[in-house]
Write a protein that binds this ligand. Sequence first.
Ligand code: ATP
Ligand code: MG
Length: 896
Amino acid sequence: MKSADIRRSFVEYFQGRGHRAFPSAPLVPQGDPTLLFTNAGMVPFKDWFLGNAKTASSRTPRAVSVQKCLRVSGKHNDLENVGPSPRHHTFFEMLGNFSFGDYFKEEAIRAAWELVTQVWGLPVDHLSATVYEEDDEALDLWLKLSTLPAGRVHRRGKADNFWAMGETGPCGPCSEIFVDLHPDRPAVGWDEGTESGRYLEIWNLVFMQYERDEAGVLHPLPNPSIDTGAGLERVSAVLQGVDSNYETDLFRPLLDAAADLAKMKYGEDAEKDVSLRVIADHLRAVTFLLADGVIPGNEGRGYVLRRILRRAVRHGMRLGFEEPFFHKLVPALGEIMGQHYLELAATRQASVSTIRTEEEKFLSTVANGARQVQEEIERLRPEGRTELPGAMVFRLYDTYGLPLEVIREIAEEERFRIDEAGFGEAMQSQREQSRKATAEVQNRMAALREVVRGHAELAETRFEGYDRTEMLEANGAAEVVRLATWKDGAPERVSSISQGQSGVVILDQTVFYAESGGQVGDTGYLLWDGAGGRARVVDTQKDASGVYFHFVEVEQGTLTRHMRVQLKVDHEVRLSTQRNHTATHLLHAALRLVLGKSVRQAGSLVAPDRLRFDFTYHRGMFRQEMEQVEDMVNEWVRRAVATELVWRSYQEAIAAGAMALFGEKYGERVRTVNVPGFSLELCGGCHVRNTGEIGLFLIDTERGVASGVRRIEAVTGAYATSEVRQQRAAYQELVTRLGIRSGDYDQQLQRAEQIRQRQDELEQEMRKLRMQLVSGAAADPQEERLVDGIRVLAREVPPAPANEMRDMADSLRSKLGSGVVVIGSRSEDNVSLVAAVTKDLTPRIKAGELVKRLSPIVGGGGGGRPDFAQAGGKQPENLPAALAAVEDAVREQLAR
Ligand code: ATP
Ligand code: MG
């Protein structure tokens, strides 16, 4: 059975039993800041299990899915296992069926058994199951519903067979299905068999039947739920009769492609095979992360992605790759998975180029880092040391991303050691710091949610603000549902907020847009008591379940729970924001036309006064390209096209060619923003009704913000006009000051150029004069001293830039032929000293030493090479004394 057939058979089996099929959610979980990546099939349904309000309306009692999962961080981290283990991956697909308070243990076990034995046809005597040791109910059900003998249903402890969503919340026993991969061999003990992987866990059925409270007490849930997960790769291995996931149709072509590139064969060298497996595995993780919009970076998800990618490249280095190779494997993955995961094709080009850039950068990091390690070793060796300090190793490792492995290798070659303990300490202390920082932010958000929402369910706030920015019904339009204020920085639930206080307001409905999709939250006023009461809304945010938080400062009166208020969004501000939002879409579309399809949105900020758009591209834009983009957007603005805001099904929208942000989770029905003929995007934000409202679009800057990511900042509407006006005023001021007001632009530019040229000439002339002044009199025997037969010249010169000082010293030195030159110059509060010694004398007199000896006299320090050295000082009054000391300084050196 091909893996594609397994996917299909699983989904169809459960569809036939009343389950609704859901497409895989992205690897980046939505609305859950505590979780870096989706690591199980249940993650997208978390709110459904928790019974949160927002999902109540769309919830179906039964669901089935094939979910993309990544286990590289947090509770589930299989990264280190990947390569050696035949059954663990970073990225894998989880087949799952779910019941949300609908069927429970009996049907879950019956269905799993039927699917495994009837549909997939696995022989009963290859199978066994486990249950939680205290779960007699599950044990009895297995014996009743399956034909497994009692000896093949094992009771297991908490570690393996009890599942919990978190410290508190839903939890319950689970039951796992195992397959014996070598039924022909004599049976072995359970622990031995599972550890070696011969008894392979393919499917875990979780029975969510309790809720754990803060004290750790389990309360039975009134409507227990089912969450199951089977690994597609493992099931494929079993059904394709191989004993490693890597031998399945999901992996083998990837291994072969990688081996081909490395000019070798998989299966001939055990150590190299590990590297090939790591590469094949990581290719999937990296490509799917990119397809879901994660971008390599230095923190969070981007950092994880970068580390996985670099791990693959390092294994590539072990196979002998010296040039970027990893990106060349992306098409092979597309061939295996592209049919099922359409995002792969859509992002292929961009992924290849991002990976290649990352590879190049990493390879050069390694080369540079290696050089730095080498230098450090050269520096330490003369001091008789043989160990690289831990802090220094950590700096190379952390800041430059140089793998420890590489540092170790170089050190070993040079017979150096690494201070491993010191390195560990440095690493530990950095981890501590970052852990503290994230914990703090999370705690504050969680506290707010907890306080304002309490334990009782809170309905999602109805948003009515797409078409209107006011709700001024006389008796108050919206009801105050909950209130909170701040006490010592922490939120506290209250029943009223009085004048002068600030706090958070939750309403049953609102016209205030809550920050999302890059668009900032609305500001405005809540009004009550015929406007005798007034609260300023300074920001609006919402949480994952759709509850809106209005952050307010009460300016007049008292805001009380259950009262009704009128709503008034700052209308002009919102209009400006809308202009920028629609302009952002047009900019996105224009960039793709001008730069090509590899441009992908990587983030955006839509504020009233400006917009910021981050996108993937491998180089900076040329001015011409920027003008082209600007022209294109303005042309679409001038055509005054009516925008169309339509709700439709996700499938329909994508079929119509809508640009979806990869990594964004969309519901069943999505809102599309269409500028007919130019742009079609999925977007929940606020837009102008007609592009003409944008007025004018101007790009301010374009620059790089991370590797492979560019940022454009732009303005529209009145902000654009006022910017043009400002620039015009600045220009007028400039030409006035330069005295070149008359004439047209060309003439003005010409004259500005003339002014610049004239200035260059004057500087040249001054330089020449200064040089003449200094060296023209070099032959003056009055100034020259003979010290032990060596010509020594010490002289004060007029102030000049550092490079000119060097030239002066140089020319004096060559005029001497053989000798020592020291010149000094001073300005109001600075001294500059330069010493130069002709080559023949450097064995006896060193310029660096001279400067070291003289600079303290002028209150400074400095040094340099034996033939040339420079120093600065802060005591101009002492320059003559320093120059007078030259003779002695030379004598001292000669005496040594
Ligand atoms: P194991 O003990 O083998 O690591 P697990 O107990 O962590 O598995 P679950 O969290 O119960 O696994 O996940 C459900 C199913 O997902 C497993 O039965 C297995 O088929 C699959 N699975 C889990 N982790 C991985 C992984 N890293 N790579 C591939 N498949 C996996
Ligand atoms: Mg595991």
